[in-house]
Design a protein around this ligand. Structure first.
Ligand code: PRX
Length: 653
């Protein structure tokens, strides 16, 4: 992975510092933990966090209950770690079972709001019963420990229910974001060799019904491992039905017992696979396990967002992405929190839908993305001003760098200049926050601040030397409990992607700068991954979707800065001999990519060119295209075989 000089330019010079409110600091969960351990201040806490065995052992005591004790906190055989070695565990014990013996069984776990407006509250008891019934139904279909189950569901309670039901019986869930297309779903299901898939008829988005079951039907033609398809009736739409394969959710759970024994797993057994984009055309199946993942996600949520029993937590991320897995499903449930689950679009039927939800349900801690914040900025603060947002006490941001302007808008107009913003840097692979403020951290708008206690990050130059006040590769120096345990059926890719550039050091794939105070400023991806509205899409995935269009011979996709979405997708294509350029064809290529991957990957711009810059060996030089389009120096072009193609780009039609 090359880090060109241009990308490591230091772009931010933000110098404001926001001190955390005293009352928040005094009552914070992290302060309480520090006091219990005789730790005086944040620096000392960070220092104590360097003793990984001690620190994570202490943290685990507070947050999880193993069935049997572990023999060792950490076994590190780079690049593979095992956490809480030898313990028997199942994350569902902490997320659901243990609450059944306490007052929490009657606490609301999810306040669900459908897009049309219906509200449903599910207590921990009700959630538990739903999970047990579905778990029993899955068992009756022959799903066993270690089997993969695909989940293709929108933001309705049945998605967490299905995840927990799988985990309860030791099956491995693989959730596919409901905005992905049939092709993308098929590819992921085939790689995971899933046995069963769970979906719904359709769901509501911007007032329309978005079909899912018909996508599944198409996908299953290409995913032969799937034997059964379970369908939840969300909208009551007419759907095609295969008598031999399809089953209604409500029918299979109807007569199931309300209790299902939780499978005792090894702490390092797989909990889920989550496919994410890499630098090649094929998405990679990130593996997370029960034990370490539970400890890492729960501690970070408790400390960073300071959740208390009386809080109403709203993480707006879709459960189809890692943020939803960790911070809508597992960690909030382990903490026994009450979370909001909202099915629909943030601006439906009016741009104040989110602010209305915050007011009506009394949300206290609100975690969202810079893209969403910028979108609401564009609508204007008058929409937020229509609502009483005084219940809020903490805010958060994730998924892409937040520009100081958006940070300040969020702070002022949503947080009423009262609520610190937790800008959390992390990845599908890291499972939990890594670089993030705590409620006791002085904040600099646009910086995710420092690695949390128990985590260790650095910025390295090309030679592996730490650099300060200059851009470089963001790396993680020590293993952490919620880290990925590997890539599914792709050990070599796991090693080469993350652990090869700097031996035994995790390469995150981001460019960052560390300032003289040790604060990290994330500047974006160093590799070929585009972040569109916080969604992670590989350039290569878009290109391979383009060239699967019958008219396209070659394609290159790049990300271009976009004022709201962070980046937009721009594609240059060379058409096959004899194919005529036209507006219809341009539109058709955009729709084709949408169909191949999903609406999130639809290119914003498609340009026709006669040639693309290539190396002598025929590889398209994406780096050169990107530099040219962004008006940056094109850098070293000694390996370029057709320099005239660079000028072609400016003449693109
Ligand atoms: O580039 C970083 C960006 O999102 C990438 C990870 O994407 P994904 O695996 O989809 O997970 C997103 C949610 C955790 C990172 O490599 N990113 C994530 N959080 C931030 C960020 N960039 C800047 N600031 C953040 N807070």
């Amino acid at each position: 992975m090359a880090t060109s000089k241009e990308t490591v330019e230091v772009l931010l010079t933000e110098s404001r510092v926001f001190m955390p409110p005293k009352e928040l600091v005094e009552c914070s969960n992290v302060k309480r933990w520090m006091e219990a351990h005789g730790i005086r201040d944040l620096d000392e806490l960070l220092k104590r966090g360097e003793d990984l065995e001690w620190f994570w052992g202490e943290v685990a005591k507070e947050f999880v209950e193993f069935y049997s004790p572990y023999k060792k906190v950490l076994e590190w055989n780079p690049p593979h770690a095992k956490w809480f070695v030898g313990a028997q565990y199942n994350i569902v014990h902490d997320a659901l079972d243990k609450h059944q013996n306490t007052w929490r069984r009657n606490k609301v776990a999810y306040i669900y709001e459908g897009e049309p407006g219906e509200v449903e509250k599910l207590t921990y008891r009700e959630l538990y019963i739903e999970v047990c019934k579905l778990a029993n139904a899955l068992k009756s279909l022959g799903v066993k420990k270690g089997d993969r189950v695909g989940l293709y569901l929108p933001m309705i309670p049945q998605l967490p229910i299905a995840m927990l039901a799988c985990a309860k019986i030791g099956a491995i869930h693989s959730v596919v974001f409901s905005g992905f297309s049939a092709m993308a779903l098929a590819e992921r299901m085939a790689d995971a060799e899933a046995k069963v898939i769970i979906t719904c008829d359709s769901f509501y988005r911007r007032g329309s019904k978005i079909p899912l079951k018909s996508q599944v039907d198409e996908a299953l033609k290409m995913a032969p491992s799937i034997e059964k398809c379970i369908v939840y009736k969300r909208t009551g739409d007419q759907i095609p039905w295969d008598e031999k394969r399809d089953l209604w959710w409500h029918e299979i759970v109807k007569d199931q017992p309300k209790f299902c024994e939780t499978e005792r797993m090894d702490a390092n057994d797989i909990l889920y696979l989550l496919y994410t984009s890499g630098t090649t055309g094929r998405p990679k199946g990130v593996i997370h396990c029960h034990g370490g993942y539970a400890v890492g996600t729960t501690m970070t949520l408790s400390w960073v967002f300071d959740l208390k029993d009386e809080d109403i937590w709203w993480c707006t991320a879709d459960i189809g992405w890692v943020t939803g897995h960790s911070y809508v499903v597992y960690a909030p449930l382990i903490l026994g929190a009450t979370s909001i689950l909202y099915e629909g679009a943030p601006d439906w039927p009016e741009p104040d839908r989110w602010w209305d939800i915050i007011e009506r349900h009394g949300v206290t801690v609100f975690y969202t993305s810079p893209t969403a914040i910028r979108m609401h900025m564009r609508f204007g603060e008058r929409w937020a001003q229509k609502h009483d947002l005084s219940s809020l006490r903490l805010l958060g941001s994730v998924g892409e760098p937040i520009n100081p302007e958006a940070w300040i808008w969020f702070y002022r107009h949503i947080g009423g200049e009262r609520c610190p913003i937790m800008d959390t840097w992390w990845q599908t692979e890291t499972g939990s926050f890594i670089i993030s403020p705590l409620p006791i951290t002085p904040l600099k708008p646009g910086s995710a601040t420092k690695p949390l206690p128990g985590f260790s990050a650095e910025v390295f130059d090309e030679y592996g030397k730490p650099v300060v006040n200059a851009g470089g590769n963001l790396v993680l120096l020590t293993p952490w409990p919620s880290m990925l345990m590997g890539l599914y059926k792709a050990e070599e890719r796991y090693r080469s992607t993350y652990w090869e550039k700097y031996p035994n050091v995790y390469l995150a794939g981001d460019i960052a700068r560390k300032d003289s105070d040790g604060y990290f400023w994330i500047q974006g991806r160093a590799d070929d991954i585009i972040k569109v509205a916080g969604h992670r899409i590989g350039n290569a995935e878009i290109e391979s979707a383009c060239v699967s269009h019958p008219a396209v011979a070659e394609a290159v996709a790049i990300g271009k800065p976009h004022p709201i979405k962070g980046e937009s997708i721009v594609v240059f294509v060379v058409l096959k001999e004899g194919v005529k350029e036209s507006e219809d064809l341009r539109k058709d290529i955009r729709l084709h990519v949408r169909k191949e991957i999903g609406p999130v990957a639809q290119p914003d711009e498609v340009w026709f060119v006669d040639a693309l810059p290539k190396t002598r060996s025929g590889k398209i030089m994406r780096r050169v295209v990107r530099a040219k389009i962004l008006g940056m120096p094109v850098g070293d072009i000694s390996t370029l075989s057709n320099p005239e193609a660079i000028d072609e780009l400016t003449k693109a039609r």
